[in-house]
Design a protein around this ligand. Sequence first.
Ligand SMILES: [Zn+2]
Length: 314
Amino acid sequence: MKNKIVTISLCIFLLLLPKHLLAWNIHGEMTKIVLDSLPWINRYKDITITQYSYADSSIYNSKYRVSYLEGDIGEKTNAKTILSLYADEPDWGMDEGLSLNSAQVLTGGSQGWRHQYFLLFGGFVKLGEAPSRAVHFYNMARLAFEKHDTYWGFRFLARALHYLQDLTMPFHANPGPVFILLRNITDINGLTNMVSNHHFALEDYQEYQVRKRNLLYIKALRRAEPLKVDDVWTTGSYLANKSKDYSERLWELQTKIYGETINSRTRHKINPEKVASGELKNEYDKIIIGCLIDFSAVTKGFLNYARALFRSSN
Ligand SMILES: [Zn+2]
């Protein structure tokens, strides 16, 4: 009975998750910084932009249209530009509004289902499929490179990278401290706002630090050693298992840093410029920088791994 109550309470909580979880702001911008320290990627240039011509077995939002941001079809681009531009692409709506799984409602909808991998109760309950989406686009990249379509090969790799990078964001592997969620379960709207406040505070702060070129953040993205990748799905699962352990501490720190208003039952937007220096900020930065090291490590490691697909295309 007790288990049943906990499960039902958890389900109610999960229904409250923000509907448009993106995980890490500015994937592309951060990917570009990471690739600045990966000189071999510059060898892959003079790549002709080609029309999309694939039968993808997955379903996508029918309103989603493939766009070409770097030029017109037939013009030239390079691997670094493709990877940097399109590491953001999966957040542009392709995964929204779909019926993928009866449990997707527990992750905030189809976008949340595809971009997250919740490991709850110590990993006993798993929700979402971000690692599988990375595998899917890795396989699409293989197909593209096999038919010598270098442009789409790299573009599919950019999409695969997005899902792996998402898994380095702690609130995408563990939405928050269960005891707080259960304690506030009677106020559904209020709890929704509380969870959103924490989620977006982390992303707004991370985006602010990267955009203002905080050297600690930039160095973390540039200098991280590549992760050893032997298998795409296992790598995604490994990242989620690692990042889930930071979410509760981040929640506590954010409550102390931004004040109790972040736990208010109305939407509260933080001002990242106003975070005061001191021990709390140091610990906050340290955890986020640790996550960005994982972001960088998997970006480099995954591209090293994927090199087997495109080495011959140069
Ligand atoms: Zn995402």
